[in-house]
Design a protein around this ligand. Sequence first.
Ligand SMILES: [Zn+2]
Length: 580
Amino acid sequence: MALDPIEEIKTRFDIVDIIKEYIPLQNAGANFRARCPFHQEKSASFMVSASKQIWHCFGCGEGGDLFTFVMKHESLQFGEALRLLAQKAGIQLESQDPRLKDEKSRLYDCMSAAVDFFHLGFLKSPRALHAREYAAKRGLSEDIIDEFKIGYAPGDENLLYQYLLGKKFLASEMLNCGLVLKRAQGYQYYDRFRNRLIVPIRNLHGAVVGFGGRLLEEIKDAPKYLNSPQTALYDKSRIVFGLDKAKYEIRKTDEVILVEGYMDFLALYQAGIKHVVATSGTALTVEQIRLIKRFTSTLLFCFDSDAAGSQATVRGIEHALSEGMNVRIIELPRTEDGVSKYKDPDDCIRASKDDWAQAVKDARSFVQFHFDRTMNTTVITDGYAKRKAVHHMLGIIRLLAERVEQDHWIKKLAQELFLSESVLWEELTKGAKQATQKISPAPQKVAQPKEQGQSIQMLFLSFCIRFPSMCQEVMNDIDNEMIDHELDKMVYEQFKNNQEPSGKECEERYNLLSLLAEKEYEFLSEKNALEIGLQLADKIRDEYRKRKIDELQTLMADAERTNNSEAVQRYTQEFSKLKH
Ligand SMILES: [Zn+2]
């Protein structure tokens, strides 16, 4: 019998590899540590155990296995995380699995049925000839067509709708996927994408969430490019086209090239430039920038010949700068009279790989780009032009997240325009006050730490696990009742009796404590350990005594109030025992 998919996923993946896709991990003995992604912290208290395949943050108390990490990091329900990891592992999930019966999963199925429909149509249908011709004209190779599942949407009224009905999907599901539209009157549904070349749009994990469609012949009133609408699966502000494919290469090269449109993306990708992603003409959102920033903080913008000044582009760059990214601009080469040689990156890479490579090499920082441009076009003897130039440049400098960088550019600007730095600084701050709250990055959600640091008792138990040879000595005077946490008490008892931890909860607690041991005692030598262990034991006894004294004092006060002399006497005896 096949393994349970959850178990199978756990055997296929190493939790360390998965978590590494989200945050950088550092070796810490047999384990790994990082700064916790779920709360803000300066030191690293987030631990991952390769041997136990668990993670735990000793700062905020969050922890669990592979699934809980992905669920928490991606804000997913269990079913969604299961689907995501199954897909990654190449495991076919039984769609009968009740865990997958949620609505979103149905929508994902519906989308992938649509991918098949479009892709097979592209490959096989005699009517897709002009789509195949168009793809050939754009130079798309068979490999790329296969890898990206490029498709064809026929011109008919509702062929996709009929096909999906045949696959037992509901019209409401197709609507929710953005695949069909409903006429205002009557009950007719019709396909959204008709007579188009189709490019699937995927989320970070490769699941198709939307489509882009390029019109294949002029049709009156039909837009040349059409994208899926915002749906439950397709949150446009959080999807970056191509990131699922490019993420590893981006991490490797530590930079990403951003182009406008999937055709430019496909051309570069096919030419072997794989650290590339695309926008679909809309401004980059802060969420998209943050997604990209997981993999690199160097962003190279490459625009169609003159889009560098477009509103959408500028807004995207502002977001990137405010997130502290290093932004550079790739300019496509120009002829000697300053005319663009190429229409777009697609055009450039297909004509000359050398020209493209040179353009990337010549990429300038965003500020440098504007600085050069402004200086080239400003006649500095003209007072008005000079003022305009200053304002333009100060607007750019103001976007920089670092004061040091601002200082650098203020100095340069002062030099070039023969102005005093102090005047420029004054103008810069003045403008900042006037500027209506430009970009304010949404405050990070900060989890409230559940427990500040570790209790002495946990530290003590993890010490015992780490240095079993010293246990006898340090455990000597520690009774079970001195341990508060119920599970800790059980773990301690089993441990004292030389038993393996038994019961799921105890086992989990034991694993957690051993992870804590790795975190705390990684560099503690056997030689120095005993002293630490004895100190911990002392503290536990101290705490326990203080607690008992408090309790007794309360009891005694009660007994005195009710004139229960017998009880007063008993408590006094106990009290004096505790006192030494
Ligand atoms: Zn944490």
